[in-house]
Design a protein around this ligand. Structure first.
Ligand code: NAP
Ligand code: F7E
Length: 324
């Protein structure tokens, strides 16, 4: 069978790297929209040993022409729109930029698909942040949205544009409403990686304390490597749809810290310092997803529990910090 071409925006991010690895392993020709930066952003693709097997296309999602050219150059039949300003905290400092990349960027990609190849299948990286101030204890595809950050609001716009292009132009456009997912490739500013990196530094005598904000917040955390399989599965369905992707369990930041410190024989209470600088203007207190539809229709289920995930991340950070 001839190999399929896929285009990933955000290929240098955590999910982009795992998805590139997955698609290359499935025999796809993988193209990635790559925004020029003055520093190295290719380390994740190197870490998963996939950099040499993908073709990068210079472009920025804020630029409509970039999106169109990426569709033309890649001849993609599957498009995964993962690019975003994805850090919730930063979205209050850069709300307009977040709207442009995370919100309008999706419209640029949808337009590119509509103009260049309306038969191509489209995946939008939607998020549990759209539930924000939760309207139901367990969130599913039918739970009303109530975003609590400029990031959440931008993603909600992108989500509805995806639904709208599906209904208006009959695009095969699906949204994955993914709950938090982490890995050793997670950005250092996100709480799990901030914790596992600090645990490694404290264990190796390079730091003493870890400063955190609201450790009572609860999240439904899974492993990014599992979650990219759900993205791919959505584009293999005959009909496009929206799916919650989650583990179905929720844990406080405090308990996640306890797991991470305990893995190296330390007590988190001896090292964690609460610092109001890390509080957010509006918090998402608790998220808990119901992945029942993904399980029933896609045959997808999270394989990695939180303890396995966090210990994997601590071990990776111990190896990294030891080499510094
Ligand atoms: P990430 O690590 O922050 O990656 C974001 C990617 O977007 C990077 O490749 C980044 O490129 C790229 N990007 C940013 N601005 C761009 C622009 N103007 N033009 C082109 N590319 C740009 O995010 P992630 O964790 O992999 O998440 C992937 C997607 O899923 C994001 O849309 C995120 O919002 C969404 N999501 C994530 C989670 C989660 O828990 N991880 C949950 C739900 C939804 P650089 O490397 O050059 O910065
Ligand atoms: O925060 C609390 C913080 O930044 C998790 C993104 O991938 O998932 C991610 O968004 C919780 C929040 O992720 C610190 O207040 C406490 O309640 O790791 P986070 P997030 O905001 O949930 C969603 C699904 C996405 O779509 C996003 O793109 O942890 N917290 N103390 C802290 N968080 C951080 N970052 N740093 C702290 O010191």
């Amino acid at each position: 069978m001839a190999s399929k071409n896929a285009l990933i925006t955000g290929i240098t991010g955590q999910d982009g790297a795992y998805l590139a690895r997955l698609l290359v392993d499935k025999g796809y020709q993988v193209f990635g929209l790559h925004a020029r930066r003055s520093t190295d952003t290719l380390w994740r693709l190197r870490y998963l040993d996939v950099l040499d097997q993908v073709q990068l296309i210079d472009g920025d999602l804020c630029d409509q022409g970039s999106a169109i050219r990426a569709m033309q150059k890649s001849q993609a039949v599957e498009v995964y729109n993962l690019a975003a300003q994805s850090f919730v905290g930063t979205s209050w400092e850069q709300p307009a930029l977040t709207g442009q990349v995370t919100g309008l960027g999706a419209t640029h990609m949808l337009e590119a698909v509509r103009i260049v190849n309306p038969q191509a299948r489209f995946y939008q990286a939607s998020t549990s942040e759209m539930f924000g101030l939760i309207q139901e204890t367990v969130q599913s595809e039918t739970t009303p949205f109530y975003p609590r950050s400029p990031y959440g609001a931008a993603k909600l716009y992108a989500h509805w544009m995806t639904v709208n292009y599906r209904e208006s132009f009959n695009l095969h456009a699906s949204s994955g409403i993914l709950f938090n997912h982490e890995s050793p490739l997670r950005g250092i500013e996100f709480v799990t990686r901030k914790v596992t990196d600090a645990v490694a530094r404290i264990k190796l005598g390079k730091a003493k304390e870890l400063r955190l904000g609201n450790i009572d917040a609860k999240r439904d955390w899974g492993f990014a490597g599992d979650y990219v399989e759900a993205m791919w599965l959505m584009l293999q369905q005959d009909t496009p749809d929206d799916y919650v992707v989650a583990t179905g369990t929720t844990t406080t930041v405090r308990d996640m810290c306890r797991i991470a410190f305990a893995h190296v024989g330390l007590n988190h209470e001896d090292h964690v310092v609460i610092d109001p600088r890390f509080y957010r203007p509006a918090e998402v207190d608790v998220l808990l997803g119901n992945p029942g539809k993904a399980e029933a229709k896609l045959g997808w289920k999270a394989k990695t529990d939180l303890e396995t995930l966090i210990t994997m991340m601590v071990d990776a950070d111990l190896a990294r910090v030891a080499k510094e």
